[in-house]
Design a protein around this ligand. Structure first.
Ligand SMILES: [Zn+2]
Length: 222
């Protein structure tokens, strides 16, 4: 029998619909999960604590992290722990530049100055029909998905770095063009997904397929 994949889901700092969110992860075959909530969640990145899970899923909105916890988290990724970043977790650690490189993008909670220009704060709007285009149906993360429409929260003006590999795009005028992307940091695969505000996303079969395949893909080393 194949071993169960164990997920650590990090939450805290942003409300969400807990029951349908849990139901989505419960629906994934071959996976088991537990939750770590802030403020103590950042203690989960030490080598000892990280023995207890295969993939880290971030669904937090957190800015507080000590230099020691930062170093532990980066070391974890150097060693190849898979990472999936969902929705509002794109706004984590605004003051930590290296984290922007890990995620290969960022949702900006406030305007920032970078290389002599101002990047505006990112935007959001709830309950939008978002057309989703699958960039490469052969990619393991998007395998079996065809273009779809999802009822979800749209984010605008968030950043996706040029070295990110786009997985999903949209032409919705209030969204940044790339909705999901893959990258590598250290020894780890990273998948970042803008979608996923509430039960409309959690219950959507396309979203479930996307998230479960992202988890399976990052569980393997690049
Ligand atoms: Zn949201």
């Amino acid at each position: 029998m194949e071993a169960l994949l164990t997920l650590l889901i990090v939450t805290g700092g942003h409300d969400f619909e807990r029951e349908p969110f849990a139901a989505m992860f419960d629906s994934f075959d071959g996976m088991t999960w537990r939750e770590a909530q802030h403020p103590s969640a950042n203690d989960s990145y030490t080598p000892d604590a990280a023995e207890g899970y295969d993939v880290l899923v971030l669904y937090d909105l957190n800015q507080e992290i000590t230099p020691e916890q930062q170093a532990a988290l980066l070391a974890l990724l150097q060693r190849g722990k898979g990472l999936v970043v969902l929705h509002h977790a794109l706004a984590d650690y605004q003051a930590w530049e290296e984290w922007r490189q890990v995620v290969c993008g960022r949702f900006y909670l406030s305007p920032v100055e970078r290389e002599g220009r101002t990047i505006a704060a990112s935007t959001w709007r709830h309950d939008v029909e978002i057309p989703v285009r699958v960039v490469d149906p052969k990619h393991p993360v998007t395998h079996g998905l065809a273009d779809f429409t999802i009822h979800d929260e749209v984010y605008g003006g968030y950043e996706v770095l040029p070295r990110a590999y786009p997985l999903l795009t949209t032409d919705h005028p209030e969204s940044s063009p790339t909705l999901a992307w893959a990258s590598v940091w250290g020894g780890s695969r990273v998948v970042s997904i803008q979608l996923g505000h509430d039960h409309f996303a959690y219950d959507d079969p396309n979203y479930r397929r996307l998230v479960s395949q992202a988890i399976r893909w990052v569980a393997e080393k690049p």
